[in-house]
Design a protein around this ligand. Structure first.
Ligand code: C5P
Length: 218
């Protein structure tokens, strides 16, 4: 029996996480937050004081790490049994993740971990290369983006709501730097998969985005 997969790729802050989680819930499908795998590896590497450009050391950490995902109202991630959820969303974690994500050897080790999420009754997979590399045969593909200003604004609001101090100008330049790194790397760069539905969420509410994607599936 074929297992349906919906891939949602796009740059940071486009709303992929929120949209993917809601869709997975609505469809009753599994959810893969592939960014959290790269983020968890970055946390593991930083904990072990590994140099982020030391390929062999990062690969060794990737092979040894054990990740547990508990999908309740919020995603809880355990790294070798330790709850690392609070560290996952930090800007420094996302930036470190994008530095190690350029390494092809690291991506190769993480590939199977991601493909293992494909299980019945279906999967919503969120990331940068879900439709191009990890699930190229997926029947439903979406590329979700928004302007860098809008993405930085949203991130700024989220951080403020959590009581975390943030600087909009710095957030915008960090987002642009991360986009550049994710789009210009040689292996599995962020790009729109062929046949993907393109959605610009700059001026769209979450619900409108979800309706467009549900139409694609139905
Ligand atoms: O989506 P998120 O912000 O959690 O991803 C963190 C970083 O992990 C991204 O900036 C990107 O460099 C990397 N990543 C990736 N491929 C994916 C998901 C995330 O390279 N499929």
């Amino acid at each position: 029996m074929t297992i349906p997969v919906l891939t949602i790729d796009g740059p940071s802050g486009a709303g992929k996480g929120t949209v993917s989680r809601l869709l997975a819930k609505q469809l009753g499908w599994h959810y893969l937050d592939s960014g959290s795998i790269y983020r968890s590896l970055a946390i593991a590497a930083l904990k072990e004081s590994v140099d982020l450009s030391d390929v062999n050391a990062i690969v060794a950490v990737a092979k040894a790490m054990h990740l547990g995902f508990e999908c309740g109202d919020e995603l809880v991630v355990k790294l070798n049994g330790e709850n690392i959820t609070a560290q996952l969303g930090l800007e420094q974690t996302g930036n470190a993740a994008s530095i190690i994500a350029v390494l092809p050897e690291v991506r190769a080790v993480l590939l199977q971990k991601q493909q293992d999420f494909k299980q019945l009754p279906g999967l919503v997979a969120d990331g940068r290369d879900m439709g191009t590399v990890v699930f190229p045969d997926a029947p439903f593909k979406v590329y979700l983006t928004a302007s860098s200003e809008k993405r930085a604004e949203r991130r700024y609001k989220q951080l403020k709501e959590k009581g975390i101090d943030a600087n909009l100008t710095r957030l915008t330049s960090e987002i642009e730097e991360r986009d550049r790194r994710d789009m210009e790397r040689t292996t599995a760069p962020l790009s729109m998969a062929s046949g993907a539905l393109f959605i610009d969420s700059s001026e769209l509410a979450i619900d409108a985005v979800i309706q467009q994607i549900l139409k694609l599936i139905q």
